[in-house]
Design a protein around this ligand. Structure first.
Ligand SMILES: Nc1ncnc2c1ncn2[C@@H]1O[C@H](COP(=O)(O)OP(=O)(O)O)[C@@H](O)[C@H]1O
Ligand SMILES: [Mg+2]
Length: 476
């Protein structure tokens, strides 16, 4: 079987690993997207701060008299703004006059490589621009013109290293810390929940194993909060109760069969022994032997029934269907059954269908089924000593099937026995000691009916009579 080759894992590991994987992938994705977004907004913020620094400085140095106001406090003020705006120290700011000469810079000495470029800053336009110096260093350069009363007084340049603008903001660290804790929490929750779920399932599995070993006294405590688990445990407990009942029934039924088979053997042995020991002689001995022969035949028939049933149950016997007119067939079977014994106490009546339908069926099996039903009806009637015993055979026709109803006006089947009559070897209490039999008639008949593509079931039963219905498929 393919299920044997599947690799199995404990529920706990299976779920926790699965869940963890999904959780991690999901959180990682969220983390990457969010950190990307965070970084972008951090860059935006930094650029805005740079602009503010440049604009503030331009305003500060635009002197009212039309000249640049570069006093001693300037460097300190710029440094303060820089700190306030969170721009760090790695920044270079300089101011040019209208002739493009650098008149101020902070820090005082700009890096040499930078200076080469910024001595010709005129090509830089107002606003941001990226500047690449050498293979590794990239800078942002920001230009802000200094104006006072519509006069151009020069420009402020801010040069900021690219790597500084892109540094991992603290928010990203925090984000990953949060996501990490979330993953740990999620994993913990699923671990605990799964462990909680696994326990009752393990209990059911262990109890089921006990049952496999033949111990039917398993009862699980259905005191769980989850509906599904509750249902599982309840169903399991019901199942064990049912198994116990079936086991008890089987023992009882087996005792019944043994008894049925033992009785004739004991009778035969007694009769034969009496003749051999010459307890009886002459014509009486002949009579004893005739009785013994009769018992032998009965025993033989029972054993034959048993063998036939087993053969059929093992699937060794097949049904052979032929097309036959149903009305005529059933009428003939009923007539034959009636003639089968001289002193029949019952009448049998067949009410045929208005149009005799042709139906594909196994005549022999149909005969066996109907004989079983007729015999049961007759025996039920005899048990209560009813003299006007009547068996009625009627038909119902639907689109797909034909139902044959066999009704008697016997004593009916007690409610407690109704669901057991199709059980192998089951015999009603009223019949057990009175009529010999193995209790195989109904189960065998049902099996045959199903092999024919139909079914046999108890339709109704009451103190006024019993109806069994045999269904046959019209087209099969
Ligand atoms: N028509 C019926 N009326 C009353 N009881 C019936 C009828 N048919 C069957 N039964 C009950 O069903 C039981 C099982 O029937 P069956 O399987 O034919 O076994 P058996 O006839 O050997 O007892 C019978 O023992 C009897 O108690
Ligand atoms: Mg029977």
């Amino acid at each position: 079987m393919s299920t044997e080759t599947t690799k199995r894992q404990p529920l706990l590991r299976y779920w926790t690993t699965r869940y963890l994987l999904t959780l991690f992938t999901g959180l990682l994705l969220i983390g990457v997207l969010t950190s990307f977004w965070l970084r972008r907004s951090a860059v935006q913020r930094r650029l805005v701060s740079l602009k503010a620094l440049a604009a503030g400085t331009a305003e500060r140095v635009a002197g009212p008299g039309g000249g640049l106001q570069l006093d001693r406090n300037l460097t300190g003020e710029i440094g303060r703004s820089q700190r306030l705006l969170g721009l760090g120290t790695d920044l270079f700011l300089f101011i040019v006059n209208p002739e493009n000469r650098i008149v101020y810079s902070t820090p005082d000495r700009p890096p040499l490589a930078l200076l080469e470029r910024i001595t010709i800053p005129s090509y830089v336009e107002e606003g941001f621009q990226q500047l690449k110096i050498g293979p590794q260093s990239r800078f942002y350069i920001l230009k802000h013109t200094i104006k006072a009363e519509e006069r151009w007084l020069g420009a402020v340049y801010v040069i900021y290293p690219h790597r500084q603008i892109n540094t991992n903001p603290e928010e990203v660290d925090f984000l990953f810390f949060m996501l990490g804790s979330l993953a740990a929490l999620g994993w913990g929750v699923i671990y605990l929940l799964t462990r909680h779920l696994t326990k009752p399932i393990q209990k059911v599995a262990a109890a089921a194993r006990q049952i496999v070993e033949g111990d039917y006294r398993q009862a699980l405590d259905p005191n769980v909060r989850e509906t599904e688990l509750y249902e599982l445990i309840r169903a399991f407990n019901d199942m064990t109760v049912r198994l116990r009942q079936l086991e008890a029934l089987r023992t009882e039924l087996l005792a019944g069969v043994t008894h049925e088979l033992k009785t004739p053997v004991a009778a035969i042995s007694g009769l034969v022994q009496a003749v051999r020991d010459q307890v009886v002689t002459g014509p009486e001995a002949q009579e004893f032997l005739a009785l013994a022969a009769e018992e032998t035949t009965r025993l033989q028939r029972m054993v034959e029934d048993l063998l036939a049933f087993n053969a059929f149950a093992a699937g060794e016997l097949r049904v052979e269907k032929t097309l036959c007119p149903l009305n005529a067939l059933v009428q003939e079977i009923a007539a034959q059954w009636l003639r089968g014994q001289e002193d029949r106490q019952v009448k049998i009546e067949v009410r045929p269908l208005p149009r005799d339908p042709l139906i594909a069926t196994d005549q022999l099996r149909l005969r066996q089924i109907l004989y079983n039903l007729f015999n049961n009806a007759e025996q039920a009637l005899a048990a209560v000593g009813k003299t006007e015993g009547r068996i009625e055979v009627t038909f119902d026709e639907t689109k797909e099937e034909i139902r044959i109803n066999v009704t008697d006006n016997g004593p009916g089947i007690p409610p407690a026995e109704q669901e057991l009559i199709f059980e192998r070897f089951f015999r009603g209490a009223a019949k057990k000691g009175r009529v010999r039999g193995l209790g195989l008639g109904l189960p065998f008949s049902k099996m045959m009916a199903q092999a024919l593509g139909g079914d046999l079931y108890l339709k109704s039963t009451s103190a006024h009579g019993t109806t069994f219905t045999l269904t046959l498929k019209k087209h099969s």
